[in-house]
Design a protein. Structure first.
Length: 129
């Protein structure tokens, strides 16, 4: 028995059973508890992200479809985009433009504000942004 037996007595972070740790930083009693706990944490994060990802995918599909149809002439009002299902609350990044304007990005597409409208730009084709 180790000299520090009391120092290594722990309760498992998952099942809460008491166990004798083999290492000072061991928090699970066995591999099954460790994997089960980590899988549940990952599943929770995945469920939390899935609703946000659904909006991002919807916005991306809409931007891609409009870009494929209209290319350089893809200019729409905010109301038109909202009616089509675009949700301005969900985007992947901001793009800082000259003159202090900010555009929102949805993966490789950009919603460039122009007066009261938005121009859709495929940033893979436009390297000046």
């Amino acid at each position: 028995m180790p000299v520090y037996e009391e120092d290594y007595k722990r309760n498992c972070a998952y099942c809460e059973d008491e166990f004798l740790a083999k290492r000072i930083n061991q928090i699970y009693c066995c591999h099954r508890c460790k994997y089960t706990c980590n899988n549940r944490k990952r599943d929770l994060r995945s469920r939390q992200m899935s609703s946000v990802n659904a909006f991002l995918v919807q916005n991306f599909k809409l931007a891609k479809g409009l870009w494929d149809q209209h290319k350089e002439k893809a200019l729409f009002s905010k109301e038109q985009l909202i009616r089509m299902g675009f949700n301005f609350k969900y985007f992947t990044h901001y793009i800082q433009l000259e003159g202090g304007k900010t555009a929102t990005g949805i993966y490789n597409f950009c919603m460039l504000p122009q007066n009261d409208n938005y121009k859709i730009i495929n940033t893979a084709d436009h390297h000046e942004l």
